[in-house]
Design a protein around this ligand. Structure first.
Ligand SMILES: *[C@@H]1O[C@H](CO)[C@@H](O)[C@H](O)[C@H]1NC(C)=O
Ligand SMILES: *[C@@H]1O[C@H](CO)[C@@H](O)[C@H](O)[C@H]1NC(C)=O
Ligand SMILES: *[C@@H]1O[C@H](CO)[C@@H](O)[C@H](O)[C@H]1NC(C)=O
Ligand SMILES: *[C@@H]1O[C@H](CO)[C@@H](O)[C@H](O)[C@H]1NC(C)=O
Ligand SMILES: [Cu+2]
Length: 389
């Protein structure tokens, strides 16, 4: 369970950066009303913190998937398909599995994995990564901004989510239902955690991306029913196969409910607590998963359950937009004091590495130029100009 005194934080309204966080009751927390209210407070805060050329007149707005119109959702799907047909920008021979610009993003994520997860740059690296992806979608004809997936709506039945219901305005269906055991994940603590099986497991067979062919990886794909993983040191080679999902309501109910997200935001008083709780980092929490892993394993399948290549499922981008939104809300509840980083530059500091600083560069390889962490710390200043509603 949650290690932080949430209910102390909730007992009595507290003033943050001039804004007042109301005293939410349990119903408001569990229904998502509280989280929506915190989002509104974050909007007001963000609009007072615009810098440089970003202002209230030009700030971009990222929205939840189901609030996009049918036309906007189809536009997003078409732009994703466009990325899968755009030529890879990698030098020939570097990664035979990178068939398109869409795959290039996964190549960069795959080769960076040990330097961007359980690290001090995790939140800002992914913030910048999805921003670069959003810009490429826009170059491929997308007229909107990156949407996010509010997990809390869907914890009881992810396969009925507007994101995954297999309709032509979704990101495709669950995987075909196949008989399989659940995942047994080895955790950094040496313990394992077992899930009941999800509701799919096979190939995505309805709606957009049901014909998507994956090429890169897998790298460390967990096997059903044992802590073993399919380890492949040649994840950059061409391995054509279908997109699989194994949507998992049990995982969602443990780790990505409105309560889980709201407690994360209100219960974390500094970046160490926030970053470790969000990721289930054993150096800061006894919670083995957190909302980050919770969302990934709600999707599951291949590439969804493989942390190196999860970005090859189009749903990754909506999940990480939600991660960024949660970070953005948390930052904006005490903006001046939430500009820092905590951690080092290697996964769980293995091998030991330097402490991350805001002067460090976020490197996304050939996809875009590197930027300093401090230049993406504020989503309405520096390199960025967006808010979430
Ligand atoms: C997938 O491919 C099949 C066969 O080419 C085609 O009939 C079907 O419409 C395609 N589905 C989507 C969602 O593009
Ligand atoms: C897991 O891997 C070990 C070592 O390769 C093997 O002996 C064992 O049979 C595997 N377990 C399962 C359930 O596949
Ligand atoms: C997540 O929230 C649910 C209720 O919405 C609760 O049952 C579960 O224990 C929470 N998980 C964690 C890790 O706190
Ligand atoms: C991160 O914060 C924790 C808790 O304050 C601290 O123990 C740790 O040394 C910090 N890490 C770095 C790399 O500064
Ligand atoms: Cu990642």
């Amino acid at each position: 369970m949650f290690g932080k005194p949430l209910y102390l934080a909730l007992a009595g309204a507290s003033a943050v950066s001039g804004f007042t966080v109301p005293n939410f009751g349990q119903w408001a927390v569990d229904s998502g009303i509280a989280l929506a209210g915190l989002n509104s407070v974050a909007v007001l805060s963000a609009l007072t913190n615009t810098q440089g050329t970003c202002n209230i007149g030009n700030v971009k707005v990222r929205q939840e998937w189901r609030t996009l119109s049918v036309a906007q959702r189809k536009n997003f799907i078409a732009a994703t398909n466009c990325l899968t047909t755009k030529t890879s920008a990698l030098a020939p021979g570097v990664a035979p599995g990178a068939h398109s610009l869409f795959d290039d993003f996964t190549y960069v994520h795959m080769t960076s994995t040990n330097f961007i997860h359980m690290t001090g740059n995790f939140l800002t690296w992914h913030r910048y990564f999805i921003h670069v992806y959003e810009k490429e979608l826009q170059k491929c004809g997308y007229n909107g901004n990156l949407p996010y997936w509010e997990w809390g709506y869907d914890v009881n039945s992810p396969r009925d989510s507007p994101v995954f219901d297999g309709s032509d305005t979704s990101l495709g269906s669950d995987g075909a239902a196949i008989s399989h055991a659940g995942l047994v994940l080895g955790l950094p603590t040496g313990l394992t955690i077992s899930f009941p099986p999800g509701t799919g497991g096979g190939c995505v067979n309805q709606g957009p991306f049901s014909n998507l062919t994956l090429h890169l990886g897998p790298v460390v794909l967990p096997e059903y029913g044992s802590p073993n993983v399919t380890f492949n040191p040649n994840g950059h080679l061409d391995n054509p196969r279908c997109l699989k999902r194994d949507l998992n309501p049990w995982v969602a109910q443990q780790w990505t409910t409105f309560r889980n997200t709201t407690e994360l935001i209100l219960g974390s008083s500094n970046i160490f607590e926030f970053n470790t709780e969000l990721s289930g980092d054993p150096r800061g929490t006894t919670n083995p998963m957190g909302v980050h892993g919770g969302g990934h394993f709600t999707i599951g399948g291949d590439p969804g359950a493989d942390p190196f290549i999860a970005s090859n499922d189009p749903a990754f981008w909506l999940h990480h937009a939600q991660i960024d939104r949660v970070y953005w809300i948390w930052q904006n509840l005490d903006f001046q004091n939430r500009q820092g980083v905590n951690g080092t530059n290697t996964f769980l500091n293995q091998p030991p590495s330097a402490a991350t600083t805001v002067e460090d560069l976020l490197d996304v390889g050939h996809l875009a130029s590197s930027v300093k962490i401090k230049n993406v710390m504020n989503t309405v200043g520096g390199q960025l100009c967006y808010i979430y509603i």
